[in-house]
Design a protein around this ligand. Structure first.
Ligand SMILES: *[C@@H]1O[C@H](CO)[C@@H](O)[C@H](O)[C@H]1NC(C)=O
Ligand SMILES: *[C@@H]1O[C@H](CO)[C@@H](O)[C@H](O)[C@H]1NC(C)=O
Length: 337
């Protein structure tokens, strides 16, 4: 889970900054907290199995290529099929500019069999399945910048691990999916992903318009296209960013209590807010009323990550940048206007 968030610091032109949002980090804390000592022996056994499974999949070449185009949906279907019946639902929350589906895999126990497409349409059923009262909804979103690609893959691997772990009875994962409604959206910018070229690092907005995979196909940075409480400018037109519109509509229909956004780049858990009314370039701690919770979650994630926990990622171009405990308040790092 070393995916990270990548950003251009307005005060350091020509350089790409990256960060990992802390809310996304939530999943790891959840998994850790759910581990009880009484189950330790079983877990040891299950972990041994995990290693074997991961090892054999790697041997079959499953971790050595990106899922392009339809292969992403197929990989998610396969992940869903790795679990027992009724554990997963695959659906799309809308389409990118070029018409690619925005896939979400939902994982939680007791969803029941999916309705057939025609039955669902006739009954006006939501392909996502019913909301389950009392079960907290958690979502992770990846690949919002099309050229920040690791999260797209990692979320598929996570889906596979959750589903197959549930099936083999890993107590930690069974308990997690018995009590939590998990939604994985591996690629919010599938058009940008297809345009991105490996090795083409940091083109960002310095290349000819539209050439970088960072933006959507209308040249918009999805990560700068959401309404912002402190924004001084005009809110972006959602017509330019159907991906953002789809995400907003979907969020409004649900009640997510934890969310994370995985980016590529530096290795840090960054938590809200990302800007302040003053829009000072850096060094302003912009607190939410849930600051303690965010710090706790960010720390739980960072402290379990071999590089993040050092607080010294030594990223090329930013070798001297350090983060105490591997975490940062977004605006304190830099203000995103
Ligand atoms: C998970 O849910 C299933 C089905 O309700 C139940 O049989 C099982 O005991 C639960 N396991 C845990 C660890 O909560
Ligand atoms: C995008 O990134 C900015 C800056 O880090 C942040 O303010 C915002 O929360 C992000 N938005 C989404 C939807 O990821």
């Amino acid at each position: 889970m070393a995916s990270v968030r990548e950003e251009r610091a307005p005060w350091r032109l020509g350089r790409l900054r990256r960060r990992l949002r802390s809310p996304p980090l939530l999943l790891l804390p959840l998994l850790l907290l759910l581990r009880s000592s009484a189950q330790a022996a079983h877990i040891k056994k299950a972990e041994a199995t995990t290693t074997t499974v991961a090892g054999s999949e790697a041997a079959e070449g499953q971790f050595d290529h990106y899922y392009h185009e339809a292969a992403l949906g197929e990989a998610l279907e396969a992940a869903a099929a790795a679990g027992p019946p009724g554990l997963a639902r695959l659906f799309s929350i809308g389409s990118s500019v070029e018409g690619r589906p925005l896939w979400v895999l939902r994982l939680t126990a007791g969803l029941g069999p999916p309705p057939t497409a025609t039955a669902a349409a006739a009954a006006g059923l939501d392909a996502a399945g019913p909301l389950l009262p009392g079960r907290p909804q958690v979502k992770l979103v990846g690949n919002m910048h099309g050229d920040e690609t690791v999260s797209r893959q990692v979320l598929v691997y996570l889906a596979r691990e959750l589903a197959s772990g549930y099936r083999r009875g890993d107590p930690r994962l069974v308990r997690l999916l018995n009590t939590t409604d998990v939604y994985l959206l591996p690629s919010l910018n599938p058009d940008g992903f297809e345009r991105a070229r490996e090795g083409d690092c940091g083109l960002g907005d310095s290349g000819p318009p539209g050439t970088s995979g960072r933006y959507n196909s209308r040249g918009r940075d999805l990560n700068r296209s959401f309404p912002d409480q402190f924004s001084t400018g005009k809110p972006p037109s959602l017509d330019e960013v159907p991906e953002v519109r789809a995400l907003i509509d979907w969020i409004r229909k649900n009640k997510f209590v934890l969310s994370g956004n995985l980016h590529g780049g530096s290795v840090v858990a960054s938590y809200p807010f990302d800007d302040s009314p003053k829009h000072v370039a850096t060094g302003i701690y912009s607190k939410t009323s849930d600051d303690e919770v965010f710090r706790y979650l960010a720390k739980a994630y960072a402290s379990n990550h071999p590089i993040m926990k050092t607080g010294e990622p030594h990223c090329p171009g930013d070798e001297d940048e350090t983060f105490k405990d591997g975490i940062t308040n977004g605006a304190h790092w830099y203000d995103v206007e």
